[in-house]
Design a protein around this ligand. Structure first.
Ligand SMILES: C[S@@+](CC[C@H](N)C(=O)[O-])C[C@H]1O[C@@H](n2cnc3c(N)ncnc32)[C@H](O)[C@@H]1O
Length: 233
């Protein structure tokens, strides 16, 4: 007798959860449902790589990481742990309380300050407060109409003299990533214009790379910097 096991693809399962949230006009509600189901062994977090993002590791290898670091939408916590291991005072936040609980359980004794917070309504004291801000695939996990406020919020975290690193899936060249195209995701990959939009509120682009990645995605890796207060150009 043959038994057929059908295991749903984690990306498909996530999209199914997201579709329910989107239909209920709650575009970020599915993250908590996903992490809670994962804690019960009923789901797999699709972005659980079990390691920091290779594009972050490669980027960090060319720099000294220190000071105050903020990881946006930390997910599984591997990026935050990687940055904290280098000695940075690291805060990491996610909208999902279950993600926070999972990270604290996964990394007992961690120096990372894991917090529950919403990128769309962050604590005011985080404004211009971090020397390095890492945003990896959080803006793209929300529908395109939320990209502008999410992008503005990310940019606002960077302190004078600080750096922002953005890692994101790249919209294909014939896809403008136009606002209102909420049907296809998640994710909703970023267009070049959406990446350039992180250069606001005094941030300037240092580099914007378009890198080959696992098909069908290309990835953006972009770095921005805020001038020191009082610095002459
Ligand atoms: C695609 S995952 C990426 C996770 C991680 N940054 C990475 O690169 O693997 C998006 C993450 O952002 C979180 N997230 C989504 N919307 C958020 C929001 N408005 N505020 C804070 N976190 C959010 C989700 O819970 C999820 O953990």
């Amino acid at each position: 007798m043959t038994t057929e096991h059908r295991t749903e693809d984690p990306d498909e399962a996530a999209r199914r959860l997201a579709a329910v949230s989107l239909a209920a006009d709650d575009p970020t509600g599915w993250f908590e449902r996903l992490y809670a189901a994962a804690a019960d062994g009923a789901a797999v977090v699709p972005w659980d790589r079990g390691a920091p993002h290779p594009l972050l590791v490669e980027w960090a290898a060319r720099r000294e990481i220190g000071g105050r670091v903020l990881v946006v939408g930390f997910g599984t916590g591997f990026d935050a742990e990687f940055l904290a291991a280098g000695g940075a005072a690291t805060t990491a936040f996610d909208i999902s309380p279950s993600a926070v609980a999972a990270a604290r359980q996964r990394f007992p004794g961690s120096s990372v300050d894991y917090r529950t917070a919403d990128l769309l309504a962050p604590p005011p004291q985080w404004r211009h407060a971090f020397d390095l801000v890492v945003e990896s695939m959080t803006v793209q996990s929300m529908p395109p109409a939320l990209h502008p406020p999410a992008t503005a919020s990310v940019a606002g975290f960077v302190a004078p003299g600080g750096t922002l690193l953005v890692i994101a899936a790249a919209a294909s060249e014939d896809d403008t990533g136009s606002i209102g195209d909420a049907g296809a995701g998640p994710p909703w990959p970023l267009s070049r214009a959406e990446v350039d939009a992180f250069a606001q509120d005094g941030l300037v682009a240092v580099s914007v790379e378009s890198l080959a990645s696992v098909p069908p995605w290309r990835r953006w890796r972009a770095e921005f910097r805020r001038e020191q207060a009082g610095a002459t150009p």
